[in-house]
Design a protein around this ligand. Sequence first.
Ligand SMILES: Cc1ncc(COP(=O)(O)O)c(C=O)c1O
Length: 363
Amino acid sequence: MSGFPLPAGLDTPQLVVDRSRLEANIARLQGELGQRGVRLRPHAKTHKSVRIGRMQLDAGAAGLTVGTLGEAEVFVAGGIRDLFVAYPVWADGPKADRLRALHVNSDLRVGVDSVAGAERLGAAVRGTSRPLHVLVELDPGNHRTGVPAPEAAVAVAEACREAGLVVDGVFTHGGHSYRPGRPGGAALDEVVTLEAGAAALEAAGFEVSTISAGSTPTMTLAAEGRVNEIRAGTYVFGDRQQAVLGAMAWDTLAAVVAGTVVSAAADRIVIDAGAKALTKDRPEWLEGYGHLVAFPEAVIERLADYHGMLRVPPVSPRPRLGEVVAVVPNHICPVVDLVSTFTVVGPGGGVEYWPVDARGRSG
Ligand SMILES: Cc1ncc(COP(=O)(O)O)c(C=O)c1O
């Protein structure tokens, strides 16, 4: 990574965003998908920020994706109404009441992957002035949520129709792309799975207007065939996983955790960015809990809540006591949820503080 300019006088740990790179990431993906005639509906769980959501919409995004009703509530309160909850919302008890209120106050669509889930969604919005629109989730091989086969998608869609919901189409999440060498295959899985699901729904008499794929590793690779919407989220900042997977170039990564070296011994250096700044997220194919931009051979090998313990090979350059270092986190999304504000550095070095509006809205 060519460097990450940190403003002087930072109080660490702090989540620092390079505004120029953030804007470039938004523009680049929007431009690439726009050229192919594919809509972008970015997943806002990565930034949880009304301001950044607006930047994406201003650049041409078709609306935002969210993962929870709590995130949807924050974006609706911030004036962003066109939202897709890409999650099989189980509309029971308080969730049913919240879903109904959101449906009345916004253009919300939700995901569904079961007959019982469809029945609950229908019951939650019964008696409102217009139907709730849904997308049926298919599993492209990620083995998280989503029905396993086109026939199951038809059964769910028929239950939706029965429950008074409008089925707009199908969606997948290619989360199995998160492994070196996998993005191409996972993207193909998404396209094939979505096309089969859409064809089955059409054969059963449904009008399929949305065929939505999405993850950052597959963000351009899955924009093929009949796929007409992409829901990447992480692309807005990027992280170490995306760089190692080859989904984003190192010098496009727009967010780092700044930490200060608070203790230094012969065999160990400690920074003040621990698990509560970096998270303990570490896929088995990455060594350590982040990448030190200026000290690429250093490994963050252990974390306590407020301590990050570094191992630096004896011959390699090492940060000195008191030095502020930039760390690219392994996975940016949960890191954002640990802070109340982004420290945003503009092209001229000026600093602004932007709120993480939907912080903690995990349900
Ligand atoms: C349903 C869904 N869509 C889209 C995304 C965005 O993927 P990424 O974080 O790889 O950009 C996610 C991420 O978890 C997701 O769960």
